[in-house]
Design a protein around this ligand. Structure first.
Ligand code: F3S
Length: 691
């Protein structure tokens, strides 16, 4: 007896889309519905026969539906016109179009709407291709291979094109078509729409057939993906395409002949390698029957008669087992609305992730986080064999990975970034890669009693200050990050800062004697006398917290940490401006700003007032200043004296009237009015006004 090994390709059999469609029919039947499928739900007579025996009808047109009958659209999908027609009818519809096919429909509709012609790689007679054509608004052509594609491109020269492929199109042929085409051409968009299940099945079959002496491909004769598997395998070794075990037995003599030929060529000690794969529509129990019968043929012993293969056992053996708590990878196959993601985990069960198990951020929708085709790291939280469903969680895996990162970050003192999810009693909760980190109010970086809600939904940076590994809790501090950044900024400032350096900073706080300005992590003080050339009573007369101020360093004391800043510029000194522009004898307009018993003060320019002595108000004797001028009056005066040392100015209205003779009680007391206020106790003394 020959020594042999039989290996079944791991991706053999039902794909996700077909599995889902078949289950939907069984489910609808189990709900007691009257069911019709638009064409056979799967290219497999045994499965279709079983469904028919349970009451499912196969129709070829929706007009055959009876009132109240549920129509199930199969995984291949249908043209848009069928949906339009179904909209007008009252029958319930279950759409089992595979999400990967539905994606091609979307691409076809979008590209034709954008004015492009769609070129479809595939079999024009295949229902999936006909469905795609039906979403192209007649702007499409189907091609079979690279040669046909080239002719089409040459013919449509200058017109925008989009190329898609039937999901079961041969990967190798697709490469032949696409490889010679220019990439990144905006007039030639290429969408690789070959389904991964098909590609994986084809590449598994290719690899297995290269290592095998003989290959068996199980599946319907009309199943295009099974035919393609046969094409791939027969390039590498002798291959048979059979529908089921019964057909395999019909080829028993041929197979034994081939076995003999291999052993003659490779020697009787050779271990015969037999590979089995199966198309997307082949149920697991047929694969199991083929395995068993193949062994029996090689053993040249008859199959035990009436041996019954338990369907459930066969399924269990052909799919990987899934256990609660197991970590695995899954591929997103569809996103349903706002709350669920369906995932293929390579098991007989369909995987799903609810929104709350997808993310801890409830403001997000599934489509914000994942897209069809994404591979996700997941953990199994519930297996429900009765319903054929596996509940999965991405959030919990993210939390596990995130928590490992939190531990590493704590050890390294690394600064982490997270988003504040909520304000809770005593602090904040921030999300950091799926882990909830508690930040006490005292570590929030805000002042005592501040409203923590200002940080809600904000990105914050923090270090981990405490971790409870058992309870998977972490405590963070924003304040420590801020302090460390402040310390670093201060160290850098003291290293480099020098008198005269200019900064533009924000006013952080005000006192009665000055304004504190942020120089980039360190504050300096502008004395009140430095804030303005005009007389002011307090800093808030001219600046407010939040204002931006240009300042320069007047003095630095690294020991006390004090930084004195200047703000006034000498060139803005009003006295200097006055003396540059005016001289004794000039006649000017001035505004009376105050009235005293001995005269009136009049403003010549901002910051410079002169005195009009009572004796200079008029050519007549004046008893009361207010009889002649009042605050706000604009008067014409002559500058009769400028005392540069005392910064005093004498003005005369009388002299303007032509009487330059000094009166008996003349007094030339005049003032420059806007002297800076005296410096406060701990503040550095202000420069003199004329500085
Ligand atoms: Fe869908 Fe791919 Fe199957 S397109 S129907 S999962 S082969």
């Amino acid at each position: 007896m020959a020594r042999y090994e039989i290996t079944t390709a791991k991706s053999a059999g039902f794909c996700f889309g077909v599995d889902r469609a078949v289950k939907l029919v069984y489910q609808a039947l189990s709900e007691g519905r009257r069911v019709a499928t638009l064409g056979p739900i799967v290219h497999n007579d045994a499965v279709v026969g079983d469904l028919q025996a349970r009451g499912a009808r196969i129709i070829s047109d929706v007009s055959e539906l009876t009132p109240g009958e549920t129509l199930i659209i199969r995984a291949h999908g249908v043209p848009k016109a069928v949906y339009d027609r179904l909209k007008e009818m009252q029958n319930p519809v279950i759409d089992a179009t595979c999400p990967f096919v539905a994606r091609i429909h979307r691409i076809a509709a979008e590209q034709t709407a954008a004015g492009r012609d769609v070129l479809i790689a595939g079999d024009p007679k295949h229902p999936e291709v006909q469905g795609i054509v039906g979403h192209c608004n007649e702007n499409c052509t189907v091609f079979r291979d690279a040669k046909e594609l080239k002719c089409l491109i040459d013919r449509k020269c200058g017109k925008g094109l989009a190329i898609v492929a039937q999901t079961t199109y041969n990967k190798l042929l697709w490469g032949d078509c696409i490889d010679p085409l220019p990439k990144n051409d905006p007039d030639l968009l290429i969408f690789d729409t070959i389904c991964n299940a098909t590609a994986a099945r084809q590449s598994d079959a290719d690899a297995l057939s290269r290592q095998s002496d003989l290959m068996i491909v199980a599946g319907g004769k009309h199943s295009s993906n099974t035919v393609k598997l046969y094409d791939v395998c027969s390039r590498n070794c002798r291959t048979w395409h059979i529908e089921d075990a019964a057909e395999l037995r019909q080829h028993a003599d041929e197979i034994l002949g081939a076995v003999k030929a291999v052993l003659e060529e490779k020697g009787s000690g050779h271990v015969l390698r037999i590979g089995i794969t199966a198309g997307a529509s082949t149920p697991a129990y047929i694969i199991k029957e083929v395995q068993t019968n193949m062994s029996e043929i090689i053993d040249t012993t008859a199959a035990p008669e009436n041996e019954e293969i338990n369907f459930a056992d066969a399924l269990d053996q052909s799919f990987r087992k899934i256990r609660k708590g197991e970590r695995l990878k899954g591929v997103v196959v569809s996103i349903s609305g706002n709350n669920e993601v369906m995932v293929d985990v390579g098991a007989k069960q369909t995987g799903y992730i609810t929104l709350s198990e997808l993310t801890s951020d409830t403001s997000k929708k599934p489509s914000d986080l994942v897209k069809v085709g994404d591979e996700l790291e997941l953990v199994v939280i519930q297996v429900n064999d009765a319903e054929g469903m596996v509940q999965l969680s991405k959030r919990r895996v993210d939390e596990m990975i995130g928590f490992e990162n939190i531990l590493k970050a704590q050890e390294a003192g690394e600064v982490l970034e997270g988003t504040v999810l909520s304000v809770v009693k005593g602090g904040l909760v921030a999300d950091c890669d799926g882990v909830h980190v508690f930040i006490p109010a005292s570590q929030s970086g805000l002042g005592r009693g501040a409203d923590l809600n200002v940080l809600l939904k904000q990105k914050v940076r923090f270090v981990i200050i405490d971790v409870n590994e058992q309870r998977r809790r972490a405590v963070g501090s924003i304040r420590q990050v801020q302090k460390a950044e402040r310390d670093a900024a201060q160290a850098k400032f003291w290293e480099t800062a020098k008198v005269g350096d200019v900064f533009t900073g924000e006013v952080k706080s005000l006192t009665s004697y000055g304004a504190f300005v942020d120089l980039g992590g360190i504050d300096g003080m502008v004395h009140v006398s430095e804030l303005s050339w005009s007389r002011i009573h307090q800093p808030s007369d001219v600046v407010a917290v939040g204002d931006t101020l240009e300042v320069y360093i007047k003095a630095l004391n690294p020991e006390t940490g004090r930084i004195s800043l200047g703000h006034r510029r000498p060139e803005d000194n009003p006295w200097v401006k006055f003396t540059n522009e005016y001289q004794v004898g000039d006649v000017v307009e001035a505004t009376v700003v105050s009235v005293t018993a001995f005269g009136a003060f009049a403003r010549i320019i901002t910051g410079v007032d002169g005195l009009i002595h009572i004796s200079e108000l008029s050519t007549e004797r004046v008893a009361n200043v207010k009889d002649v001028v009042n605050v706000g009056d604009v008067v014409t005066v002559k500058i009769t004296g400028i005392d540069t040392e005392k910064k005093r100015i004498s003005l005369s209205m009388r002299a303007v009237a032509g009487d330059d003779e000094a009166p008996a009680e003349e007094a030339d007391e005049v003032v420059y009015s806007d002297e800076a206020p005296a410096a406060e106790a701990e503040a550095p003394a202000a420069d003199d006004a004329e500085a």
